[in-house]
Ligand binder design. Structure first.
Ligand code: SAH
Ligand code: DHB
Ligand code: MG
Length: 227
C-alpha cells in the first residue's frame, strides 16, 4: 500500500473507533465548528485521542490539570470533563484569538467554572502559575504547544507536579522525524532534547507510543512522576 492508502485506512479506522467509542456531542461539535469558523488550524487532538486524555485523567483520579497549548479548547473539554466537582484546569495559550475561541467553547460546554484559559507565552505564564498560592501541584499535565520548548515545559511540569502526577506530551513522534538526529527543525530538536531530559531524569518513569490515525503518524509520551 502507498502512503495515501495508509492514511485513508487510518482515517477509516479512526472513524470506526470514534463513532463507537468517542462520539461527538453538541459541545464538542460546536467547539470544532467555532474553531474552524475563526480560522484556527485543525491541529486539535483527534476524538479518540481526546477520549484517551479523558480516560487517563479519570484513571489518574485527577482533580487538577494543567494544559500547555489550548488552541480552541477541544482537548481542554475532554480533560475538564474528567474532573470532579471542585476540580480545576488551567490551560495556557499564547494566541489571544485562540484563547478567546476556547473560552467561548468552554462556556458553551458548561466548563467555564472548572477550566480557565490564560493568555501569554507559556514560559511567561508558567512562573506566574507557580507563584500562585494553591495553583499546584497538578495531577495531570498535558504538553501540546510550541514543540521547541518541550524540554522547558517538562521542567516546569516537574516543578508543578507531585509524586504520582502524570505528564503527557503530544506529537512525540512526528512522522518518525524524531529519529533523525540531523533534522534542524526546532520542533524536532526540542522534542529530542525533551526525550533526553526525560530519560536522564530520575524523578520520571516514562514511555512513548507511536500512533496512526487522522492526525497521521505521530505519538504520545507518558511520564509518571515517581519521586
Ligand atoms: N491542545 C489543543 C491543540 C493545541 S495546538 C487540542 O488538542 O485541542 C498548539 C497551541 O499552542 C496553539 O494554539 C498555539 O497558539 C499554542 N502555542 C504556541 N506557542 C505557545 C507558547 N509559547 N505558549 C503557549 N501556547 C503556545
Ligand atoms: C500539528 C499537530 C499537533 O497535534 C500539534 O500540536 C501541532 C501541530 C501538525 O499536524 O502540524
Ligand atoms: Mg498536538
Amino acid at each position: 500500500m502507498n502512503k495515501d492508502t495508509h492514511q485513508e485506512l487510518w482515517n477509516a479506522v479512526d472513524g470506526y473507533i470514534t463513532e463507537r467509542l468517542a462520539p461527538a456531542d453538541e459541545a464538542l461539535t460546536a467547539a470544532l465548528e467555532a474553531s474552524e469558523a475563526a480560522g484556527l488550524p485543525a491541529i486539535n487532538v483527534a476524538p479518540n485521542q481526546g477520549k484517551l486524555l479523558h480516560l487517563l485523567a479519570l484513571l489518574q483520579g485527577a482533580r487538577t490539570v494543567l494544559e500547555i497549548g489550548t488552541l480552541g479548547g477541544y482537548s481542554t473539554i475532554w480533560l475538564a470533563r474528567a474532573l470532579p466537582e471542585g476540580g480545576r484546569l488551567i490551560s495556557l495559550e499564547y494566541d489571544r484569538a485562540h484563547a478567546e475561541v476556547a473560552r467561548v467553547n468552554l462556556a458553551r460546554a458548561g466548563l467555564d467554572k472548572i477550566a480557565e484559559v490564560r493568555t501569554g507565552a507559556a514560559l511567561d505564564t508558567l512562573p506566574r502559575v507557580a507563584a500562585e498560592p494553591g495553583a499546584g501541584p497538578f495531577d495531570l499535565i498535558f504538553i501540546d504547544a510550541d514543540k521547541q520548548n518541550n524540554p522547558r515545559y517538562v521542567e516546569w511540569a516537574l516543578k508543578l507536579s507531585r509524586p504520582g502526577s502524570l505528564i503527557i506530551v503530544d506529537n512525540a513522534v512526528r512522522g518518525g522525524a524524531l529519529v533523525d538526529a540531523d533534522n534542524q527543525d526546532p520542533a524536532i530538536v526540542g522534542t529530542r532534547q525533551m526525550y533526553d531530559l526525560v530519560a536522564r531524569e530520575p524523578r520520571l518513569s516514562a514511555t512513548a507510543v507511536q500512533t496512526v490515525g487522522t492526525k497521521g503518524y505521530d505519538g504520545l509520551l507518558l511520564a509518571r512522576v515517581v519521586a
